[in-house]
Design a binder for this molecule. Sequence first.
Ligand code: MN
Length: 576
Amino acid sequence: MQEAIAKLYDELMAVIAGYPERYLPGEIQRAFELAKKAHANQTRQSGEPYLSHPLRAAVTVAKLQIDTPAVEAALLHDVIEDTPLGIEELKQRFGEEVAFLVDGVTKLGRFRYRGVESEVENMRKMLLATAQDIRVIIVKLADRLDNMRTLDSLEPDKQKRIALETLDIYAPIAYRLGIGDLAGDLEDLAFPYIYPKEHRWLMENVSARYEERQKILESMMPLVKEELSRAGIEPLEIHSRAKHYYSLYKKLLRYDMNLAKIYDLVAMRIIVADIAECYRALGAIHAAWKPLPGHIKDYIALPKPNGYRSLHTTVFGPQGEILEIQIRTPEMHQEAERGIAAHWAYSEQKGGKAYLERTAIIAPRKELAWVAQLSNWQKEFKGSREFMESLKIDFFKDRIFVLTPKGEAIDLPDGATPVDFAYHIHSDIGNQCSGARVNGKIVPLDIRLKSGDVVEILTQKNKKPSEQWLEFVKTSFAKNKIRDALKKKGGILRETPRTREAEFAVSARDRVGLLRDIASAFSGLGINMREIMSKDNAQFPIIAIKCALPAEIEPAKLVLKLKKIKNVESVSYKLK
Ligand code: MN
């Protein structure tokens, strides 16, 4: 067993050594030593030493050429959940960054997808929002890939749940991040658990055909080389790639399950030096073998929404067999394999210009806007500090996603409290809420929740909401429910709310947006405006606002806020 660990460790170190400019082997070794100590004597369900799992995840991450903290986080991703080692100790030994990444992966581990299709898109977004950093997602994908490889050692209903989550949530995220190969592997591993019959059918009918196609392609490679060389093109590499099984199955569904109509079962891939050569190679191939009409695809001029670029063509080969050929540059190949990871690699070298051009292509597709946003981090990239900042996912600034103890994700506005959460679940739970536990700890009811928190509400029969809650709840839904419950309680909610009638007079030179700014000064403090009048007889127009001023708000505070607005000359007020 130790042999297996040593072998995996060597494999990891060999990958690391391949990118000396990117990785610090000493640091990674240190993380390995800690993982080894933390998981000592633990075994996987399959019986193998536990350590093999984080090691394989680390190899996957390392191959994507991310950075040292990401590989360290992959090695340490299960220590918080599964060993006595705490996040504080991790912080002390490996610094904030690694601890933050490990914490993020631990949080993602609490999600449970219930298999409800209408929740899929939200689930994916919640995962991204909770992760906060693209590296957290990548470590999680590597973790999931290894769990899928060893899924057969779990009980059947667990297998099914994890496979479905992989198919519906994780593989699509990998696709959108452009890491197509990883996405395809995840799908292929989930396929037999979710569609066992279809998978068996495919295996029985396709395996022989794969081999046959492979042979045809291999025999054609020297001929292709010859044709290219005649056109003065020296390809950097020619290889073949087999289509992933699940993606083949999905394609077959569109083609009446007719295998004869699938031309890219195995495709030939030609890597050439630059874009101009891509087109010249395409010309040379078409000159030698007739293309199948309607099957020439220029994903260089028109990249796929996830950024994929290549030229694809389908030709009649030497014996009349139909073959797909893909032509691309090394850069496009890197991108296709590593997706978003490739971008931060080369924008680091080139200042992100190539990247920006691509975002412009991605952006107009509305349903993918969040991917574009997600990738936007690179735009301002300059030094390593900004680089770190740019890895953060902050496009859900005003929303948080918290979890029920069952792992169901709940979407709330930023600043929401356990009471908001309780009312969101059910108004009875809200009304009977007597306390809350966040991540296992009892907390005050007015605490601000954070994305990824697991929230549990403690209830008490016959308990009634407290009037005080109105002062800190964030959602209007909770506010209304609390008010309703208080009224039912017997008019305890005073009919004379604690407000004073006030009138503010703002003298200002008019401009576009002035009224909006004044109104938002009021609403920003939670003040209801009753009436707005304007009087034009002074040197400047005067805007008079009648409002109900809550008792706890000092009118001077509002005056100061109003005076800061552009073009405002003076402010006065009267209390009634
Ligand atoms: Mn794991």
